[in-house]
Design a protein around this ligand. Structure first.
Ligand code: AMP
Ligand code: MN
Ligand code: MN
Length: 337
């Protein structure tokens, strides 16, 4: 564990070093990939080497970002590096199968906005108030003295757009809007980015969505809604886990729902991936995920839990119902009932 540092210190490191590895989390999202690629472009503009490395493949909705095809996915980095940037990754385990190799790199610069970040790098620039990791990279690129071009702006805009839920979530701060506005001035095209990210679904994804929503369940009081994805559903629709990204939001967006859950059978059926969303500021799904070794944010968190889907479903939903009861009970007490 190291210190929290300011961007000036990280820019100084960039000036001192020749080449950098840039890593991110498993199941990468546009904030992860966008901030990684933006940083790699800026470093190259400065004449530095930059290698972007991820455990999992770049999702389809990020393939339009410049540089996405050169993201490395092998078992080891292509070159030796003394410094690794790790972006949007609160704990080393979230690096997935590349974690062990990344941890061998002498200097790790951890840049992130997850409240669960353990400040695990030599240098840490972590602030949960930031809407997206892309915000830090935008500031860092300015600090490096590099001009943001259209490609960099597009990468960073994709990160802010998606991590704020298209500027809808509570993390949609004045700075999220100000920084996004700046990116538009540097050439990001919001219509184009939105079309690539939200308007280019594979038909397999839509078939899977239809199948999954058929099984949507809601508790009698309407507070908890959940969906399940089995291995058979993937097979029937020709879809993969990446296609299920965002499905939990359909359960979340039902009127009256406080907590929404997606439960997904993992290959082998011995583990269940859960994705949780809270619509109630008194219910912290990050805390519930942390009980299972997962994490995330107050209103959006996940975990991979050992156990079959039915078993995990029963236990986890029980705990969530308890959290909902406690939140509503606290509410009644504070209203004097
Ligand atoms: P998701 O539900 O997969 O969209 O993820 C929502 C949030 O929870 C993101 O910030 C993720 O980084 C975090 N998250 C999801 N799965 C895990 C996990 N297994 N461990 C830690 N954090 C997770
Ligand atoms: Mn992310
Ligand atoms: Mn993020």
């Amino acid at each position: 564990m190291g210190d929290q540092v300011r961007p000036e210190r990280i820019a100084q490191l960039v000036r001192e070093e020749e080449s950098f590895l840039i890593c991110g989390h498993v199941r990468p999202d546009p904030d992860c990939v966008g901030s990684q690629l933006a940083l790699s472009h800026a470093l190259r503009k400065m004449g530095r080497g930059a290698e972007v490395w991820l455990a999992d493949r770049v999702p389809d909705n990020c393939l339009f970002l410049a540089g996405s095809s050169s993201v490395h996915q092998g078992d080891a980095p292509l070159r030796e590096h003394r410094v690794a940037f790790v972006l949007d990754t609160p704990k080393p385990e979230r690096l997935g199968r590349i974690a062990e190799r990344v941890l061998r790199i002498p200097v790790i610069v951890n840049i992130d906005h997850h409240p669960s970040n353990t400040l695990w790098g030599r240098y840490n620039w972590v602030d949960p108030k930031a809407s997206a990791t892309s915000e830090f990279i935008q500031l860092l690129i300015h600090e490096m003295g590099i001009e943001i071009d259209r490609e960099i702006a597009t990468c960073l805009y994709a990160g802010i757009l998606t991590d704020t839920g298209r500027f809808c979530y509570s993390n949609t701060s004045p700075s999220a809007h100000t920084m996004a506005a700046e990116l538009l001035r540097y050439g990001a095209n919001p219509e184009e980015v939105s079309r690539h990210i939200y308007g280019s679904s594979r038909i397999q994804k839509i078939r899977l969505l239809a199948r999954v929503l058929q099984g949507l369940r809601v508790d009698d009081d309407g507070a908890l809604a959940w969906v399940r994805i089995t291995r058979e559903m993937y097979g029937e629709c020709g879809a993969s886990t990446e296609d299920a990204d965002g499905f939990v939001n359909y359960a979340r967006d039902i009127n009256g729902v406080r907590v929404a859950v997606l439960l997904e059978e993992m290959p082998g059926r011995e583990h269940t991936r859960v994705s949780m969303r809270s619509q109630d500021s008194r219910i912290d799904v990050n805390e519930i995920a942390a009980r299972y070794g997962g994490g995330g944010h107050h209103a959006a968190a996940g975990a991979v839990i050992p156990g079959r889907l039915e078993h995990v479903e029963e236990k986890l939903l029980g705990e969530i119902r308890e959290a909902v009861r406690r939140a509503q009970h606290g509410d009644r007490i504070s209203r004097g009932k």
